[in-house]
Write a new protein. Structure first.
Length: 207
């Protein structure tokens, strides 16, 4: 835990069944930005994600809309400048799909979550604090929820993302693909410009 943080791990054996419930229903459209080299429907148990469950379990992250998916993928790299390079855009794409089943999730961005010790930092803490947010994920899973409803760190506003629990690895049956959106097109739709280094012929040569 970092100095000054109000986010603490859940108490040992904390019962979180009182959390507000958010339901991601079968047939709902979701978006997932993913590496072009990986299947989009991958449950991560690596510990690299905010709400990763430890293997052999894992967590799949999806968003309500394209912009949230893109900004969560690009993270700090797009916050300051609002642009990305063509090379970076070439590394990912955005899957648009509909969910095949219904998920009953603990709503950690609901006001009532404060009563069990959850703060906004749970959804916005840096990776150095992921062991704390992952401990909350474990407690929420053990309290009978199949995922987490939350507000993404890099997309302000209401809750707009889901962390779904399952067996670590690829699970293509989770969703039915609707479209695979090229990252450059997705960035433009999300209000992010694609900008590379200036071409040599556009530069003035100073002798």
């Amino acid at each position: 835990m970092t100095d000054g943080s109000a986010l603490l791990p859940p108490a040992a054996d904390q019962d979180l069944r009182a959390l507000a419930v958010a339901v991601l229903r079968a047939g709902t459209t979701v978006y997932r930005a993913h590496s072009v080299s990986n299947d989009p429907w991958w449950f991560s148990g690596t510990g690299l994600g905010r709400f990763d469950l430890p293997e052999p379990m894992g967590t799949l992250y999806v968003a309500d809309n394209l912009e949230t998916a893109v900004r969560e993928r690009l993270r700090e790299r797009v916050v300051a400048a609002g642009v990305v390079s063509p090379a970076l855009a070439a590394t990912f794409s955005v899957a648009k799909a509909t969910m095949n089943s219904t998920w009953r999730c603990g709503h950690v961005s609901a006001r009532s979550a404060a009563r069990v010790g959850i703060t906004r930092e749970l959804c916005a803490c840096p990776p150095s604090m992921y062991p704390v947010s992952q401990a909350w994920a474990v407690a929420i899973c053990e309290s009978g929820f199949s995922g987490i409803r939350y507000g993404a760190r890099f997309m302000p506003g209401k809750a707009n993302a889901w962390a779904l629990f399952g067996t670590a690895g690829v699970s293509p049956s989770v969703a039915n693909a609707v479209a695979e959106i090229d990252a450059a097109a997705a960035c433009v739709k999300a209000g992010i410009a694609i900008q590379g280094p200036p071409e040599l012929r556009s530069l003035d040569v100073i002798a």
